[in-house]
Write a protein that binds this ligand. Structure first.
Ligand code: FAD
Length: 458
């Protein structure tokens, strides 16, 4: 073979990116007996495992422990919070991640998936099977799955570095900043704001839109804003970032209109963009729209034989969505004719304190679709025994079509994320409140709040 000519290896399936979407697809395809190459430039597990869901939730748990200690006297327990040992918190978080990483690596190895380490690029020519090229290896597959995920975006003129950080750098902070400005009041922004406030930082959130977590029902946004106010987290909505200037060891943020905010750390949480640039996608014939891969309901791209999964496909950027995409594509390639993943039925949880959980339509979206035939009921957790024991406020809000099914559920309160499973089944199965009322919810649980809301509606 002439030198510098890539060596070709043939697989049934070549997957580019080993995050939630890519590794799920690889494992399921291997179960179907397909030969699989999984290409990864960093670590199997991707964003969620290494710099996303898992490490942030570990920090949020440490934050909950800090709040529990801080508020122990409310429960008659004598405890004092003397400080946060950030290196020890990071150690705890890293141990959780590395245990899961070890387990996942073992699964990939055990499934006989060929893991190819390195940065891959798509290559396709009309009439030829598409391939992924990694260094001097050329991997051709009957099918190729693009699963390259997302990156933390910034704003024009706002360079990441030093005190200006994205979620990734926050996860490695070895001290608690005295003052933090969080740019962006979406899910990642409010979760990090919640953690840092619990650790003792004075936090200000700057959000350009009129409310926090704007993708959620307005009632959830309002409840979160009220709870954050009580926690002394300052929320600046309708506030637009103008500039940031590094000072001695901090940063001064200027808002449009000229107001300035001084901080030790500026967390930039303004959304995540698709990782599709410079990877040969468009050249090979894969259509992109503002960087995202255009895919149909069955996740097929415009290039025959090439699929896309996870965060590069427009829609909610969630690990369980990417995972479900990966399983779907593997099943589809194996001829199992699976049902496509429906974005509307994907449960969403924001793990701040308090938590927000939801599935289905917001009240506003339901009214757009069904007009006046929409009925809502909001059950206050003030009437729920377990929530009173925990000392949390919040609600369960049900959105239904009058005389018809439940089309949306929205919940706020400590630990309410755990209730999203039942909400997902009710919306997914198009249950009516009357279907649910004969079924019992255990006492005393926060789960009863769902039962109470159904009783009221039925
Ligand atoms: P990724 O997980 O981003 O994986 C893509 C992989 O592809 C990466 O490993 C990358 O290294 C690799 N790659 C990219 N380009 C190449 C290339 N050219 N060659 C080889 N490899 C390549 N979701 C939830 O559901 N729950 C949460 O609580 C949650 N919390 C989050 C918190 C934070 C701070 C962040 C940032 C995200 C969070 N998410 C959460 C979102 C979740 O992490 C993503 O939705 C999920 O990781 C998307 O999976 P993916 O497979 O599409 O992409």
């Amino acid at each position: 073979m002439p030198q510098n000519q890539p060596q070709t290896q043939q697989f049934d399936l070549v997957i580019l990116g080993a995050g939630s979407g890519g590794y799920a697809c690889a494992l399921r395809a291997a179960q179907h007996g397909l030969s699989v190459a999984l290409v990864e430039k960093a670590k199997v597990g991707g964003t969620c495992l290494h710099v996303g869901c898992i490490p942030t939730k570990a920090l949020l748990h440490a934050a909950e422990v800090a709040d529990t200690a801080r508020m122990a006297s409310r429960f008659g327990v004598e405890a004092t919070l003397t400080g946060i040992d950030m290196p020890a918190v990071l150690d705890y978080k890293d141990k959780v991640v590395s245990r899961l990483y070890k387990g996942l690596s073992g699964l990939v190895f055990g499934a006989k998936v060929t893991l190819v380490e390195g940065e891959g690029r798509l290559e396709g020519q009309p009439g030829h099977t598409p391939a992924v090229v990694v260094g001097d290896q050329r991997l051709t597959g009957r099918s190729v799955v693009l699963a390259t995920g997302s990156y933390a975006k910034s704003l024009p003129g706002l360079d990441i570095g030093g005190p200006v950080m994205t979620s990734t750098e926050v996860l490695a902070l070895d001290h608690v900043p005295k003052r933090t400005v969080v740019l962006g009041g979406g899910v990642i922004g409010v979760e990090l704001a919640s953690v840092l406030a619990s650790f003792g930082s004075t936090v200000t959130i700057v959000e350009a839109l009129p409310r926090l977590v704007a993708g959620e029902d307005e009632a959830s946004s309002a409840a979160l804003a009220r709870a954050f106010k009580k926690r002394k987290i300052t929320v600046r909505t309708n506030a637009r970032f103008s500039a940031a200037e590094r000072t001695g060891d901090g940063v001064t943020v200027t808002l449009e209109g000229g107001e300035t905010l001084d901080a030790d750390v500026l967390v930039v949480a303004v959304g995540r963009g698709p990782v599709t640039d410079g990877l040969g996608f468009e050249e090979a014939g894969v259509e992109l729209d503002r960087g995202f891969v255009v895919a149909d309901r069955r996740l097929r791209t415009s290039l025959p034989g090439v699929y896309a999964v996870g965060d590069i496909v427009p829609g909610p950027q969630l690990a369980h969505r990417g995972f479900a995409h990966g399983l779907f594509v593997a099943d589809d390639i194996a001829g199992r004719n699976p049902l496509p993943v429906q974005d509307l039925l994907i449960p969403k949880v924001t793990y701040s304190s308090p938590e927000i959980a939801s599935v289905g339509l917001t009240e506003a979206a339901a009214r757009e679709q069904h007009g006046d035939a929409v009925q809502t009921y909001q059950y206050d957790l003030g009437g729920n025994g377990k929530s009173q024991i925990l000392g949390t406020q919040g609600f369960v809000k049900v959105v239904r079509v009058e005389g018809g099914p439940i089309v949306g559920m929205h919940m706020v309160g400590e630990r309410m994320g755990e209730q999203v499973g039942e909400a997902m089944l009710l919306v997914g199965w198009e249950a009516t409140p009357a279907d649910v009322t004969p079924l019992l919810h255990a006492h005393p649980t926060q789960n009863e709040a769902i039962g109470e809301a159904m009783l009221a509606l039925a």
